[in-house]
Design a protein around this ligand. Sequence first.
Ligand SMILES: Nc1nc2c(c(=O)[nH]1)N(C=O)[C@@H](CNc1ccc(C(=O)N[C@@H](CCC(=O)O)C(=O)O)cc1)CN2
Ligand SMILES: Nc1ncnc2c1ncn2[C@@H]1O[C@H](COP(=O)(O)OP(=O)(O)OP(=O)(O)O)[C@@H](O)[C@H]1O
Length: 215
Amino acid sequence: MPDSIPFDIPAEWADMPEAAQRRALRRALRQRRRQLGPTHQRQASHRLCRRLRQLPDVRRASRIALYLPNDGEIDATPLIAWLRQRGAKVYLPVLQPLTHNRLWFVRYQASTPMVRNRFGISEPDTRHAAHRARRLPAWALDLVLLPLVGFDDQGRRIGMGGGFYDRSFAFTRRPGPRPRLIGVAHAVQQVRELPTASWDVPLDAIVSDVGVIRP
Ligand SMILES: Nc1nc2c(c(=O)[nH]1)N(C=O)[C@@H](CNc1ccc(C(=O)N[C@@H](CCC(=O)O)C(=O)O)cc1)CN2
Ligand SMILES: Nc1ncnc2c1ncn2[C@@H]1O[C@H](COP(=O)(O)OP(=O)(O)OP(=O)(O)O)[C@@H](O)[C@H]1O
């Protein structure tokens, strides 16, 4: 998929402890995406959404979780109007108030009251989200678009570092109903080779503005 040069982990980092390496990698990749200008961002969003609309996993899904972009993340929100027109229901992640680093998935409609969470990301208000009828358990979603900080051509991923998605979708390793997990990112967030962690949940695909990777 590379249309830009994949990020190469500098040789000097080899001596750093694994956790420090992951932190340095996140910092470098987040800086890469924040540096993309508005014209690049708009075009990348357009190209991403065009690819997503063509994917059978997306066309088949009627309950879809996505995210509101932050920190230079690629913007998949133009998909929302298209999904609603097709009768699909859209959900957003909300930080669970009591459980450590886990997500709720809350129905997102024009009337949904929104607030900023502790990371400054807009999300449905926690008190609104507390009503079970407004959420869907993660296993009942058909499709989740996960925001990635980095990825490689083997389908490995790295996120913001909170383990929110890893914890919320750890159940996908066991038998039973589960959503399709599709990572999305800018092409400039590709890394030559990412280290894996044992808790990383496997993705079904990664889609960027430049292409699709099927691990
Ligand atoms: N748009 C979007 N929404 C999302 C996520 C995401 O990656 N993108 N998440 C995916 O997990 C969850 C939020 N996770 C996050 C984890 C860390 C940080 C963050 O900025 N951390 C700061 C320092 C933390 C702090 O302020 O204490 C940092 O690393 O600089 C942000 C979001 C749920 N919603
Ligand atoms: N299923 C899990 N159970 C308990 N702890 C977990 C689980 N998954 C991840 N973690 C913890 O969460 C922390 C962050 O994980 P990691 O560095 O992989 O972040 P990430 O891949 O960037 O996260 P995210 O899932 O938010 O995109 C790690 O310290 C890890 O130990």
